[in-house]
Design a protein around this ligand. Structure first.
Ligand code: UT7
Length: 318
């Protein structure tokens, strides 16, 4: 038994914030942000929107694309670093908002690699028959953990959600998943604050060593992609679409070059969405599915990297 993706969906909050708008708030410019990152704008959630609301809208679209109802799903995994609350999990809240109950539901916390981690887990559960059909969502509201006075981080992130429905299949589907982490690097990208006895101890905002993250990301993305290629006896030329984590166009370009994959085969949405952490890969996937670039039989390489540090790949046949 194998698993395959039967439908995708996405949701982006309606408010769009341009680089020019940010330049009114901090010492930055549209030109700096575009040339250093490829980002032109980001979507920001409304005050009354929660991560589970973004996840719900994306999930409904993915279910509709798969011609399935919420009751057909018996596993919900939400990859998020910005949950509605400490507990219950955003997956349990999403399950309730979908109007179903009884199936397994839990969150995965692997920061920007979260969707790849969640998809890898769901694949194993569906392929083994532990779950029948799975809903896998990446959903984030990073705008609430950013210091909007720190130009080094606030220009980089956005809010959004992407979702897929995973179903059993006689043929793969998902060909391989490779996951890694190295906690030694936990300090170069983190939100170090803790809730302690009713107050926040430490900073509740994203802290990042940008250049450290950049170098680490380019190295491990190429490594894990090569690991997947050799496990499947493939080369870069067998990949129809590279869908890397959408943090910085320069990281994506450098990774594609290392793999010998032409830039035309890289799905890039970072210009319109910015870095939406665990949501970035399913958002990019849904965009390319719906605009017709991704077609049956093609090979897709999903690559995640993020705080932890965590990284991983999912290689699949569409
Ligand atoms: O999901 C993973 C999350 N994070 C990432 O993927 C981020 C990875 N890192 C990066 O994308 C890049 O390192 C950044 C885009 C964050 C920064 O680009 P960089 O080319 O590495 O710039 P830098 O950190 O070396 O900074 C260059 C200059 C500095 O000024 P000085 O010291 O040369 O005077 C910064 O203070 O750019 C300055 N700077 C800015 N200037 C205008 C930093 N942020 C900004 C800004 N606008 N927003």
């Amino acid at each position: 038994m194998h698993s395959r993706i039967a439908g995708t969906g996405r949701y982006l909050p309606s408010r769009v914030v341009t680089n020019a708008e940010l330049a009114e708030r901090v010492a930055t410019s549209d030109e700096w942000i575009r040339t250093r990152t490829g980002i032109a704008q980001r979507h920001i959630a409304a005050d009354d929107e929660q991560t589970s609301d973004l996840a719900l809208a994306a999930a409904r679209q993915a279910l509709a694309a798969a011609s399935m109802a919420p009751a057909d799903v018996d596993l919900i995994i939400v990859a998020t670093t910005t949950p509605d609350m400490i507990f219950p999990s955003t997956a349990c809240i999403l399950q309730d908002k979908l109007g179903v109950h009884g199936g397994a539901a839990f969150d995965v916390q692997a920061v920007c690699s979260g969707f790849v981690y969640a998809l890898a887990i769901a694949d194993k559960m569906v392929a083994s028959g532990t779950a029948r059909n799975a809903l896998v969502v990446g959903a984030e509201i990073y705008s609430r953990i950013l210091d909007w006075n720190d130009r080094g981080t606030c220009v980089l992130f956005g809010d959004g959600a992407g979702a897929v429905v995973l179903v059993p299949a006689a043929e793969p589907g998902i060909l391989s998943a490779h996951l890694h982490a190295d906690g030694h690097y936990r300090g170069i990208l983190c939100v170090p604050g803790q809730l302690r006895n009713g107050t926040i101890a430490g900073s509740p905002f994203v802290h990042m060593d940008g250049q450290g993250v950049f170098k680490f990301a380019v190295r491990v993305l190429a490594e894990v992609a090569n690991e997947a290629l050799s496990a499947n006896r493939m080369t870069g030329s067998d990949i129809d679409w590279l869908i890397p984590h959408q943090a910085n166009l320069r990281i994506m370009d450098a990774t594609a070059k290392k793999l010998g994959i032409p830039l035309e085969k890289v799905i890039a949405t970072v210009d319109a969405h910015a870095n939406t952490s665990a949501a970035s890969i399913p958002l990019a996937l849904d965009v390319a599915v719906r605009d017709g670039r991704i077609r049956a039989g093609q090979h897709l390489m999903l690559l995640g990297v993020g705080g932890g540090f965590t990284w991983g790949s999912v290689l699949l046949r569409w």
